[in-house]
Design a binder for this molecule. Structure first.
Ligand code: ZN
Length: 593
């Protein structure tokens, strides 16, 4: 069982470790100036861009953006959790870590997780018994066998049945004297509307236990056997279950995915089970949500570097929608994704039964990459008339814009240009136009969501670059933190992430001297960890003089901004625009030192 590790022990382990030693074990590093360079273990590259700094005890890959300190490296490379990474290093450097020393709050959180996991296992056996040995489960068993499930599959996936009635499971738990509050937290029972008592969430449904990668039962999906609605019901979010992270079948698919370097992603429980039954074990299913960045990260970690995800859909429309929704997520996750649309009126279940796995593989061979798929679908829908081409380009520009890598983007644009016979330069112009608009809102929201800080820098303005330079300066020239703090530059930052990191630097380095690796540890968000590593290792050519010049430039730009604001206030006053005036005055007040 994991135990809480106090902060001072974590710091001791970090101080004892040498990041160059640890990374050298898996990456061959050579010295290059002040740093070490090697081929990145997280993406395929021919020329090394993976940089390790012994002095700062951090790493950053200028190719794929992975970065952080020694803990981040072990977590990412070895798939360890944070405590596991600390323990591994602690063991290696002979630092004793407590086996059990938790605050009451931490203990509570941990036991809550464990209690829910235990309740889930108990519920799984309850549902299983109902299916296999209970008279009540007979129709469910007949239904499963009729759908072509073998007895082995039913056992392998621990399928079960939740009986009719309101409190079969609740009653079984009551007999075992389980805490009602914890059963409620597990999502297995629901409060009555009257406020008094609880009833079973899953009733008269086929039950699919959802496992995580460690084969722990984290939740359930329940499917009706007739046309009742909702057809599928899943566990709610609980301390152990998060649907935007979980993938059904991941525990059974992992080994095969690694071997094949590919993973099929299907939509339904039955689709997944049938794929497995036909021997296509490198398959997982989403649980009624569109694919998130977290899903993509898990998919990538199970197929490994250079692997592929093949999204299987049962209609063009579903495929197009999914491609539109997830193209940016996959681009950002740097995972190659293809779309496999099955012939009309087929889902994986019916397709495999009727045509077998060979034909499935043939169809899969012909699946297209996301952008090509969107291109072909648009051409089919709109045709290649002048109007059609306008529609096609308009429909595709945001997807093209979502491609982070400029080389990949320009190749796609070229491909589209050749395919529809529109001049490349016109397409480029269109995409640039979309870039400008996306800054104003909607496109950015649909394609970049909360991850806007990883937007290609080309599309961001001078203010962003300037703010980034200030943060870089604070990280690389700690003696500049004082003057920057004094002038309160960071408070004027318009980029939320840089502003947060900037404030963090000022707080952290007021107490600790120049410990970048420790500063990296202060953040939970891996994106921010990488950003800090990146800016700390960025190759800058400034000296002290250059820093002072930059500070003066920033101060001047703030003064200009202030001056513009005053002018706008005067104009608003003159025009009697009260709303605007109030807004500007608020802005001004915000700026006063
Ligand atoms: Zn890399």
């Amino acid at each position: 069982m994991a135990a809480y590790i106090p902060d001072d022990k974590i710091t001791a382990v970090r101080n004892a470790s040498d990041i160059v030693d640890i990374i050298s074990e898996v990456v061959s590093l050579r010295r290059s100036g002040r740093n070490f360079l090697g081929l990145c273990p997280f993406h395929a590259e021919k020329t090394p861009s993976f940089t390790v700094s012994q002095e700062k005890q951090i790493f950053y890959c200028f190719g794929c953006g992975a970065g952080g300190n020694v803990f981040s490296f072990l977590m990412k490379h070895g798939g360890l959790t944070f405590p596991e990474a600390v323990r591994t290093l602690g063991g290696r450097y002979g630092i004793d870590l407590p086996t059990r020393k938790m605050s009451p709050a931490q203990k509570k959180k941990l036991t809550e997780r464990e209690t829910i996991l235990t309740l889930n296992v108990e519920a799984m056996s309850f549902y299983r018994n109902c299916l296999i040995s209970d008279e009540k489960g007979k129709p469910a068993m007949t239904y499963l066998l009729k759908r072509g499930m073998t007895r082995k599959t039913i056992d392998d996936f621990n399928l079960g049945y939740s009986p009719k009635g309101w409190d079969n499971l609740a009653h079984a738990f009551r007999l075992k004297k389980r805490s009602t509050q914890m059963i409620f937290r597990s999502g297995l029972i629901v409060s009555r509307k009257s406020g008094d008592g609880h009833y079973d969430r899953f009733r008269d449904r086929i039950m699919f236990p959802i496992m995580n990668g460690q084969s722990q039962v984290i939740g359930f999906g329940g499917r009706v056997m007739d046309d009742a609605l909702p057809k599928y019901l899943n566990s709610p979010e609980t301390p152990v279950y998060n649907k935007s992270r979980s993938l059904f079948g991941v525990d059974k698919a992992r080994a095969k995915c690694r071997e094949k370097k590919s993973v099929y992603v299907v939509e339904g429980y039955f689709d997944l089970i049938v794929m497995h039954q036909f021997g296509i074990e490198n398959t997982v299913a989403t649980l009624g949500t569109s694919l998130t960045g977290e899903h993509v990260r898990s998919l990538k970690s199970i197929v490994g570097e250079g692997g592929t995800a093949i999204l299987v859909y049962d209609s063009d429309q579903a495929g197009i929608k999914a491609a539109q929704r997830s193209v940016a997520v996959f681009q950002k996750g740097l995972l190659d994704a293809r779309i496999l649309v099955l012939p009309k009126d087929h889902d994986p279940d019916s397709f495999l039964r009727e045509k077998g796995s060979d034909q499935f593989f043939q169809a899969s061979e012909q699946s297209l990459g996301m952008i090509s798929f969107m291109m072909e679908s648009a051409i089919e829908k709109y045709g290649l008339s002048v109007d059609g081409k306008v529609h096609i380009v308009n429909g595709l520009k945001s997807a093209l814009l979502a491609i982070n890598d400029p080389v990949a983007r320009s190749l796609r644009i070229k491909q589209l240009s050749e395919r529809i016979g529109v001049d490349e330069s016109i397409l480029l112009q269109k995409v640039r136009h979309a870039t400008i608009h996306s800054k104003k809102g909607n496109l950015q929201r649909s394609y970049r969501s909360s991850e806007s800080h990883t937007e290609p820098e080309k599309t961001r303005g001078g203010t962003y670059r300037f703010e980034k330079q200030v943060v870089t300066m604070m990280l690389q020239f700690p003696e500049m933190i004082g003057p920057i703090k004094e002038q309160r530059f960071v408070e004027y930052f318009s980029d939320p992430v840089l502003s947060e990191i900037g404030k963090g630097i000022i707080d952290h380095f007021s107490n600790t001297e120049g410990d970048i690796s420790g500063f990296v540890s202060c953040w939970d968000d891996t994106e921010k960890k990488s950003m800090i590593a990146r800016l700390s290792l960025a190759d800058v050519q400034w000296d002290r003089q250059g820093c002072i010049k930059l500070i003066n430039q920033f101060a001047a730009s703030l003064r200009r901004r202030d001056k513009t604001l005053i002018q706008r206030i005067e104009t608003a006053e003159k025009n009697g625009d009260v709303t605007l005036l109030a807004k500007l005055l608020r802005e001004k007040q915000h700026q006063i030192h």
